[in-house]
Design a protein. Structure first.
Length: 99
């Protein structure tokens, strides 16, 4: 349920925050991407430090939202919560959060 509610809100964002949701590989809980993210998507997110591994090994209901620039990221159900991250420093970080 948390994944459904969060992804609905995240995928409705526009402008600089518009992005994609990548359910973890093996997850069938997000109907738009059955089986979860592809191997190339997984490798890209992992290389950029945007991927998490669930502690329980259960991928259902878990995933990564990233805006197009991949500087605003949300980990959905990482340890059963959502974690938002902004990859800017200095005044740029504050400006991103204010948008």
């Amino acid at each position: 349920e948390a994944e459904r509610v969060l992804t609905k809100a995240l995928l409705e964002m526009t402008g600089d925050f518009e992005g994609e949701y990548y359910p973890l590989a093996g997850s069938d809980s997000f109907p738009m991407v059955p089986g979860g993210m592809s191997k190339p998507e997984e490798l890209t997110l992992e290389t950029r430090g945007l991927l998490f591994k669930p502690n329980t090994g259960d991928t259902a209901g878990r995933g990564v939202f990233a805006n197009a620039a991949q500087d605003v990221v949300a980990w959905v159900n990482e340890d059963d919560r959502v974690r938002f991250m902004v990859f800017h420093t200095g005044p740029a970080a504050a400006n991103t959060l204010l948008r």
